[in-house]
Design a protein around this ligand. Structure first.
Ligand SMILES: Cc1cc2nc3c(=O)[nH]c(=O)nc-3n(C[C@H](O)[C@H](O)[C@H](O)COP(=O)(O)OP(=O)(O)OC[C@H]3O[C@@H](n4cnc5c(N)ncnc54)[C@H](O)[C@@H]3O)c2cc1C
Ligand SMILES: *[C@@H]1O[C@H](CO)[C@@H](O)[C@H](O)[C@H]1NC(C)=O
Length: 438
């Protein structure tokens, strides 16, 4: 249906729990088909932490299919590598750890610590780039009509409506309730909905620590250029090392360099996942690394540590009329830079399925089809992303740089080269098959 046609009188009203990237883009996608929805967000307003997130070409293509407006929001916020020769590269890879070098500073013939080793080209069409999360969210919020989102609504539990409709009643922390035909739960990595849906005893109900944590920081581009030279500062780089790696990429149209430095530990004891630290402690964590990495670390003003958690594989994304989407369904480590992209793909599939649904019963069939097409791909990313973190940290192929290159230059193909149009068709086909069966 084209969005200019008059509203269809669908006999349902969907709740979206959580207004992050996943909830907002799903909302925009569904609203485009004139299907009524309400967003319930725990916070007092939409908001995001100010950090960079990179979006791959698969997600860029999905955004264009969701709506020209979300694609425009991405364009407004999106920052590519600044040099034309680097435009279509995920990363330029380098060794950052000086312990890999021989006595003359070489990590392999002709290549020193900090020098370019190889690049990982995207290979496929589709817009990509880094966005400042808060800015992207702001642009998305502009596309959500007034009144659609309710704030200060922290979901505590669900119950079935007593009127025999089979509707879901959402119970919020403030004591209020709301009744909806179905719920799309986008409540993020600490999802309450996931816990309820899978049951607290399911080991997949909550996220587990990945063995990696990271320091995140932003550096003004002028300062980064002075420290590293323009080619390194203005384009994305990854620095490999032993049990750690660092990545940098430009955000905010090249005004800022985003830095993420990863390190390893066995357990995460703190109940908080983001903790502040001192520059001294951060620098000490990269003892033995080369001058590029040290210069970058020293330029970060107020470093935070982020513990990296992910969701173990669960057996379903939905139960009855509640369906998990985005990080609530498949929170991942960030090593593929594909977590938000999977949320965007989810949003496209869910909105197309919602548009197929014409009755209340159809919504459950839509969730069945969503689960069937989205679960394998998104869970594969969770597993392989964790493996990628090990690759960059010389824990998968060791410090054999040829093997690391071979692995890295092909491991992203199935993510970036994905045919999302075919998956939309597959999901619709499944939906109609399930519909025919019942
Ligand atoms: C360090 C790090 C780096 C990353 N880097 C990348 C990257 O480079 N590329 C990439 O693609 N992805 C990256 N990601 C992943 C990406 O950020 C996430 O996949 C994405 O932001 C998840 O969006 P979401 O909307 O599902 O969840 P969230 O953004 O967590 O949003 C959840 C929303 O639900 C609300 N909420 C929570 N509980 C409730 C409740 N009970 N009731 C009501 N509302 C609730 C929250 O307030 C929030 O607004 C990274 C993640 C991390 C941690
Ligand atoms: C990367 O290496 C791991 C471990 O050796 C292997 O399982 C995986 O298939 C490799 N991936 C690619 C794309 O080479």
């Amino acid at each position: 249906m084209s969005p200019t046609e008059p509203p269809q009188a669908v006999p349902f009203h969907i709740a979206i729990v959580g207004g992050g990237i996943a909830g907002l883009i799903t909302a925009i996608g569904i609203l485009r088909y004139n299907i009524p929805i309400t967003i319930y967000e725990a916070a007092a307003h939409f908001g995001e932490i100010g950090a960079g997130v990179s979006i791959g070409p698969n997600a860029g293509r999905a955004l264009e299919l969701i709506s020209p407006d979300v694609a425009r929001a991405f364009d407004i916020c999106r920052t590519d590598n600044q040099w034309e020769s680097h435009r279509r590269n995920f990363f330029t890879c380098r060794v950052g750890d000086a312990r890999k070098a021989d006595k003359d500073g070489f990590v392999k013939p002709g290549v020193k610590v900090g020098d370019a080793l190889f690049t990982t080209p995207f290979k496929v069409e589709g817009k990509s780039g880094g966005v400042h999360r808060a800015h992207f969210l702001d642009e998305l919020v502009k596309q959500v009509p007034d009144g659609v989102a309710k704030f200060g609504k922290r979901l505590d539990k669900y119950s079935e409506a007593e009127d025999g409709s089979g509707d879901v009643v959402l119970h919020f922390h403030d004591g209020t309730t709301a009744q909806h035909t179905a719920v799309i739960a986008c409540d993020g990595i600490k999802s309450r909905s996931r816990e309820i849906l899978l049951g607290k005893d399911d080991p997949a109900a909550s996220a587990v620590f990945s063995g990696k944590y990271c320091y995140r920081g932003l550096i003004p581009m002028e300062e980064a250029t002075a420290l590293l030279g323009e080619e390194v500062a203005a384009n994305s780089n990854m620095f490999f090392g032993y049990h750690g790696h660092m990545l940098t990429f430009p955000i905010e149209k090249g005004k800022t360099m985003n830095v993420v430095a990863f390190a390893s530990k066995e357990q995460w004891e703190d109940s908080k996942w983001v903790v502040s630290t001192t520059k001294e402690e951060m620098v000490a964590d990269f003892d033995g690394w080369g001058s590029h990495v040290h210069k970058i670390l020293k330029a970060i003003q107020k470093p935070d540590i982020w513990a990296l958690f992910y969701h173990p594989r669960c057996h379903t994304f939905y139960k009855g009329r509640i369906c998990l989407l985005g990080d609530a369904a498949h929170a991942t480590t960030p090593h593929h830079g594909a977590g938000a992209g999977m949320c965007i793909e989810d949003a496209l599939i869910m909105s197309c399925l919602a548009n197929e649904a014409k009755s209340v019963q159809d919504l459950e069939k839509a969730f069945t089809a969503f689960d069937e097409v989205r679960r394998p791909r998104s869970q594969k990313n969770v597993i392989e992303s964790k493996q990628a973190g090990m690759l960059y940290d010389f824990e998968l192929e060791g410090d054999d740089l040829d093997k690391v290159e071979k692995n890295f230059t092909t491991r992203m193909d199935w993510i970036w080269g994905f045919d999302i149009v075919a998956q939309v068709e597959e999901a619709k086909k499944l939906f109609h098959e399930v519909k025919a069966k019942i």
